[in-house]
Design a protein around this ligand. Structure first.
Ligand code: ADP
Length: 727
C-alpha cells in the first residue's frame, strides 16, 4: 500500500493531504462553529429570560415588603368607632407609605365610610342632605300672586324684596332671592337680577329646591343666563365653568344634575360660536373636564371595588378573622382580590379587617391599592436602574403592547429579548428586556453567523488559493524535472555525435590506411568542423550555466556590429552552401558602432542561424537582414521551414524547452539556444520577438539600441540604397 503510494503523482498527494488535513478538519470546525453560535442564541435567550425573571422577582419582593410594612403599621394602630378619627389616622399612616394608592373603608352596613364622596344614588353620604325647602312665608305667596296671576312684576319684585329682608332662615332668604332675581329678569332688569343670583351663587349653605337641586347651582345657572342677556360673554363663560366645577364636585346628588351639565356644554358651545374662547378660558375648561373625568372614574372604581369587596366578605360576621396576630409572610396579613373597571382595566385590591379593641356589632374593612404611578415612576426605575444588565440592555413594563415605563424609543414587546409576566402584583403587566440597538436575539445570532461565515469564507479562499499555488508549483517543479532529464539526454546525444565522428576519422587517419592527401584533408576538415561544433555546444552550455546562476557578465566594448555579424555569417556560409541552402544576406555597407560583448553577440546570431538551419525542413532557405530603425538596429533571421505552432510560441524562450510537434522534434537540440539569445539581447538593452506561420516559416527579429548617433548617418543611407546585399 505504502509502496504503491510512492508512485502516486505529487499533484494527487497534495490534493489528498490538503483534503485530509486541511479541508476536512476546516469543514468540521466551521460546522461546529456555526452550531455553537446557534446554541449561543439559545443560551442567550435563557440568560435574558432568567434576568427578566430576577428583575420581576425583585420588583415583586420589594412591593410585598412595602405592602407588608403598611399593613403592619395599620394593624398596630388603635382604631376607634369615631369615623373622623379613623380618617385622620389613615391619612397619617398613608403619608408614610408612598407605595399605597387609593384606600377606602367599608363600614358595618356595607357602605363606604371613607373617602367622602357623593356617590351614586343608593349610596348614602355622610351627614344629612341639605335642607329642602318646604315652608314658604306670606310675602313669597303674595309675590307669586302678583307675578303669575296679575303679571304685575314691579309689585311682585317689591314683595319679594320684603321677603328677603324678613326671611326667618338663611335657606328661606336664599329662596326669596331666587324669586326676586327671576322677577327682575322678567322685567329685563338684568343688572339687578344678576346681583341677586351672584349673592345666591356665593353663599355656602346647602339650601335645596323642592326637587333637591342646590340653590347655589340654580343661582349660577341663572347668573350665566343673565350675563348672556347682558351680552357679557367673558362673565358668562366664567360662570358656566364655575357651575361645571360645582356640578362635578357633587355627582349624583340630585336628579337634575344631567340637565345642568348639558346646559353648561350648550352654553359654552353657544359662546364659542360667536367668539373664540381665550387661551386661559380654554385651558381652564379643559382642566375642569379632565378633573371631572378623573373624579367620575375614581368614583366608579371605588364603587366597583366596594361591590367586589362586599361579595367576598360577610361584614357582619366577626369570625373568619385573619388578623389575630398570627405570624405569616407580610402580604399574608392581608387578602387580595382583582377587580375590573367597566373598560376592563384590572385593579388589584388588598384588604384587611381593621383591628378594634371595643366589642363591635360588625367589622370594618380597610381596602387599599398599590399605587401604579409610584411603581412605574419611582420603584421600577430605582430597582431596575440598579441592575447591571449590560450596556445596551433596558428593561420596561408593559400592559398588553403599551409601554408603561418610559423606554427611549421602546420597540414593541414582540421584539423583546425576553418578557416575563408579573405574577403577584399587577399580573396583567409584563416585564420585558430590550437591546436598545433594536437587535432581537435572532438578529444578533444572524449577525454573528454572517460575520463567522465571512471569516470562514476568507479562510477557505486562502486555503484553496494556497492549494492551487502549491499544485501549480508542484506541476512546474515536475515539468522542470522532466525538462532537466530531457536536457541531460539531449546534451549527451548532441555531444556524442561530433565526438564519435572525431574519433572515427581520427582513428582512420591514424591507421595510415589513407595515404591520399585529398582524403586526409577532408578527414581533418571534418574533424575540425566537429570540434567547432563541440566547442559551440560546450560554449552554449557554459553560457547557459552562467546565465542561469546569474553569473553571466558581458565584456562590453565599443565595436562594429556589422563586422561581428558578417564574420559570423562568413564562417557559416560555406557550410550552408554545402548543405544546399540559399543564404540570403543583406547588411549595411558601413559600420554600425554599438557597445557590446562581441563573443556573446556572435554566439546569439549563431544560435539563431543554427535554429533556422535545423528547423528549415524541405525549404532550405535562410535570410539574414540588418537595418537601422530610428535609434535601434534590427537584425532579422528568417527561414521558410514548417514554423512554430502558436501554442508553443510563448514557451520557446524558456530554458530547456523544446518544441514537441512536427519535424522540430526530430532535430537535435537541448532547449538552450533561444534562452541564451534572449538573455544576451536583453543584456544589451535590446528585445527579441518572433513571427511565425505554420508551413511558411519563422522570422526572429532582434532589436539592439545604438551606441551613438554617428552610426545612423552611415547606416540609414546605405541600407536604403540597397547596397551590398550579400556581404
Ligand atoms: P533547441 O533548438 O536546442 O531545441 P532552442 O532554445 O534553440 O532549443 O529552441 C527551442 C524550440 O523552439 C525548438 O525546440 C524549436 O521547437 C523551436 N524553434 C526555434 N527556432 C525555430 C525555427 N527557426 N523554426 C521552428 N521552430 C523553432
Amino acid at each position: 500500500m505504502i509502496r504503491r503510494f510512492k508512485h502516486v503523482s505529487a499533484r494527487t498527494k497534495i490534493l489528498l493531504f490538503a483534503f485530509l488535513f486541511i479541508i476536512l478538519p476546516s469543514g468540521i470546525l466551521g460546522y461546529l462553529g456555526f452550531r455553537s453560535i446557534g446554541n449561543r442564541g439559545l443560551s442567550l435567550k435563557e440568560n435574558y429570560r432568567s434576568m427578566a425573571r430576577l428583575m420581576r422577582d425583585e420588583l415583586e419582593g420589594e412591593l410585598s415588603n412595602l405592602e407588608g410594612r403598611f399593613v403592619r403599621e395599620i394593624l398596630n394602630q388603635e382604631w376607634t368607632q369615631d369615623i373622623q378619627a379613623a380618617q385622620l389616622l389613615l391619612a397619617r399612616v398613608r403619608g408614610r407609605h408612598p407605595a399605597i394608592g387609593e384606600t377606602f373603608i367599608v363600614g358595618t352596613d356595607g357602605s363606604l365610610i371613607h373617602p367622602e364622596f357623593y356617590l351614586e344614588a343608593g349610596v348614602p353620604r355622610r351627614g344629612e342632605p341639605g335642607s329642602v325647602l318646604t315652608s314658604r312665608n306670606s310675602f313669597i305667596e303674595q309675590g307669586e300672586r302678583y307675578e303669575f296671576a296679575e303679571l304685575d312684576y314691579p309689585s311682585a319684585a317689591r314683595t319679594y324684596e320684603e321677603a328677603v329682608r324678613r326671611a326667618a332662615s338663611p335657606e328661606l332668604r336664599s329662596y326669596a332671592r331666587l324669586l326676586l332675581g327671576r322677577c327682575y329678569f322678567k322685567m329685563k332688569n338684568y343688572a339687578k337680577a344678576g346681583e341677586q343670583y351672584r349673592i345666591l351663587s356665593e353663599q355656602s349653605q346647602e339650601a335645596r329646591s323642592s326637587d333637591g337641586t342646590p340653590l347655589k347651582i340654580i343661582g349660577l345657572f341663572r347668573l350665566a343666563e343673565t350675563y348672556a342677556s347682558l351680552g357679557e360673554g367673558d362673565n358668562e363663560v366664567k360662570t358656566l365653568m364655575a357651575l361645571f366645577q360645582e356640578l362635578s364636585l357633587s355627582p349624583g346628588a340630585f336628579e337634575s344634575r344631567e340637565f345642568y351639565l348639558e346646559s353648561v356644554q350648550a352654553g359654552l358651545d353657544r359662546v364659542s360660536q360667536s367668539r373664540v374662547l381665550g387661551k386661559s378660558e380654554q385651558d381652564r375648561w379643559d382642566r375642569l373636564k379632565l378633573e371631572d373625568i378623573a373624579r367620575t372614574e375614581r368614583i366608579r372604581r371605588l364603587e366597583g371595588a366596594r361591590l367586589a369587596l362586599l361579595s367576598q366578605l360577610d361584614l357582619g360576621a366577626s369570625q373568619n378573622d385573619k388578623n389575630d396576630g398570627s405570624p405569616g409572610p407580610d402580604s399574608a396579613l392581608a387578602s387580595h382580590l382583582t377587580t375590573r373597571d367597566e373598560d376592563g382595566t384590572p385593579h388589584r385590591l388588598g384588604y384587611l379587617f381593621l383591628p378594634s379593641k371595643a366589642a363591635l356589632p360588625g367589622r370594618r374593612v380597610l381596602a387599599y391599592e398599590i399605587d401604579k404611578t409610584y411603581v412605574l415612576t419611582e420603584l421600577f426605575p430605582r430597582l431596575i436602574g440598579r441592575e447591571e444588565a449590560g450596556e445596551s440592555i433596558r428593561a420596561g413594563l408593559f400592559s398588553e403592547e403599551v409601554p408603561l415605563t418610559s423606554l427611549p424609543d421602546a420597540p414593541p414587546p414582540g421584539q423583546a429579548l425576553a418578557a416575563e409576566n408579573l405574577s403577584e402584583y399587577f399580573p396583567w403587566w409584563r416585564l420585558a428586556l430590550f437591546d436598545t440597538r433594536e437587535k432581537s436575539i435572532e438578529q444578533l445570532v444572524r449577525r454573528e453567523m454572517r460575520l463567522y461565515g465571512a471569516v470562514l469564507l476568507g479562510i477557505a479562499v486562502l486555503i484553496l488559493s494556497g492549494i492551487v499555488m502549491t499544485l501549480r508549483a508542484a506541476t512546474h517543479e515536475a515539468e522542470t524535472v522532466r525538462l532537466r532529464s530531457d536536457f541531460v539526454s539531449n546534451v549527451s546525444h548532441e555531444l556524442k555525435t561530433p565526438l564519435s565522428l572525431i574519433r572515427l576519422f581520427g582513428e582512420t587517419m591514424e591507421s595510415d590506411q589513407w595515404t591520399d592527401d585529398g582524403k586526409r584533408r577532408e578527414f581533418s576538415r571534418i574533424i575540425a568542423r566537429e570540434s567547432r561544433r563541440l566547442t559551440y555546444l560546450i560554449d552554449n552550455i557554459l553560457d547557459f550555466s552562467k546565465i542561469d546562476s546569474g553569473r553571466k557578465e558581458y565584456a562590453f566594448e565599443r565595436g562594429d556590429l556589422v563586422k561581428v555579424i558578417s564574420d559570423t555569417l562568413e564562417a557559416y556560409r560555406f557550410y550552408l552552401r554545402d548543405q544546399g541552402f540559399v543564404f540570403d544576406v543583406s547588411l549595411p555597407s558601413g559600420p554600425i558602432f554599438i557597445s557590446m560583448d562581441k563573443d556573446a553577440i556572435a554566439q546569439a546570431v549563431l544560435n539563431l542561424l543554427n535554429n533556422a538551419e535545423k528547423y528549415s525542413g524541405e525549404q532550405k532557405y535562410i535570410g539574414v537582414k540588418m537595418a537601422l530603425q530610428g535609434a535601434q538596429v534590427l537584425i532579422t533571421v528568417e527561414d521558410r521551414g514548417p514554423g512554430i505552432p502558436p501554442s508553443e510560441v510563448k514557451h520557446i524562450f524558456e530554458k530547456f524547452y523544446r518544441g514537441g510537434h512536427g519535424p522540430a522534434r526530430e532535430a537535435q537540440g537541448c532547449g538552450l539556444g533561444l534562452t541564451i539569445v534572449k538573455s544576451t539581447v536583453e543584456g544589451h538593452g535590446g528585445h527579441i520577438s518572433v513571427e511565425s506561420e505554420l508551413g511558411r516559416g519563422s522570422r526572429f527579429i532582434t532589436t539592439l539600441p545604438l551606441a551613438g548617433k554617428e552610426n545612423s548617418l552611415h547606416g540609414v543611407s546605405e541600407v536604403e540604397n540597397g547596397q551590398d546585399p550579400d556581404r
